[in-house]
Design a binder for this molecule. Structure first.
Ligand SMILES: Nc1ncnc2c1ncn2[C@@H]1O[C@H](COP(=O)(O)OP(=O)(O)OP(=O)(O)O)[C@@H](O)[C@H]1O
Ligand SMILES: [Mg+2]
Length: 227
């Protein structure tokens, strides 16, 4: 599903160049659950943002489902992102003025689906994460775990093939974090590919493969035998 070849990302800050990713190579097959670990600043989010087409590399190639997307225009990238990829972030990234239902519907507006279809998909997704009784609550009327479930509903409503979760449990207590991981695990059982970033070993252990990064490079890539 994902093939990344000697991919680099350089940031220029004044006179200094910073190599956030340094010739990274990875392949991820459809249906995998991959956990990415590594110290702060090692390039995990930079890599996730490129995989998710939120950012573009400085050098190297990125193939998504066999297509070399290095040559895609920003419109093509936006379409791919909307259709095939769901995002979950540490701080939920929900819009505060919109209720749960409206937050989940929002990305579907660009999908070409009818009003009725969008509504049904959003309601189904919220039911799926156990929030059928909170659809009119705004983010500040929901607990952290509930907000993260809304963001999972938003990520899955468009039936993506790939879910990218950047520290999805980072802002949650451990019990709530495990609830979120169970939902991600269930999605993976339904064949959705998951790439997760975490700092916690027990969260990383949900993955069947664990990648460790350091200074913009992959320093370890192992099958997780304890999974
Ligand atoms: N927009 C940017 N401009 C300049 N430098 C950046 C930018 N984004 C990230 N960096 C730098 O790139 C490096 C990698 O950052 P990144 O956010 O990928 O780290 P991370 O592994 O996700 O860390 P954390 O665990 O703290 O989230 C860091 O040194 C960071 O300062
Ligand atoms: Mg990060």
């Amino acid at each position: 599903m994902i093939k990344i070849k000697s991919l680099s990302k350089e940031y220029i800050m004044g006179d200094n160049k910073l190599l956030a990713l340094n010739e990274v190579n990875i392949s991820i097959n459809a249906g995998e659950f991959v956990s990415i670990m590594g110290s702060s600043g090692s390039g995990k989010s930079t890599l996730m943002n490129i995989i998710g087409c939120l950012d573009v590399p400085t050098n190297g190639d990125y193939f998504f489902r066999e297509n070399n997307i290095s040559s895609y225009s920003s419109n093509q990238l936006a379409e791919l992102r909307n259709k095939d990829i769901g995002f979950i972030f540490q701080n939920f990234n929900l819009l505060p003025r919109l209720n749960a239902l409206e937050n989940v519907i929002l990305p579907l507006l660009y999908s070409g689906k009818s009003f009725k279809e969008r509504n049904t998909l959003a309601l189904d997704a919220l039911e799926n994460v156990g929030l059928g009784d909170r659809i009119y609550h705004r983010p500040n009327q929901l607990s952290g775990g509930q907000q993260q479930r809304v963001s999972i509903a938003r990520a899955i409503a468009g039936s993506p093939k790939l879910i990218l979760a950047d520290e999805p449990t980072g802002a949650l207590d451990s019990v709530t974090g495990i609830e979120i991981m169970k939902i991600l695990n269930d999605l993976n059982l339904k064949k959705i590919t998951i790439v997760l970033v975490t700092h916690e070993d027990d969260i990383a252990n949900y993955g069947s493969r664990i990648i460790k990064m350091k200074d913009g490079k992959i320093i370890e890539d192992i099958n997780n035998v304890s999974n």
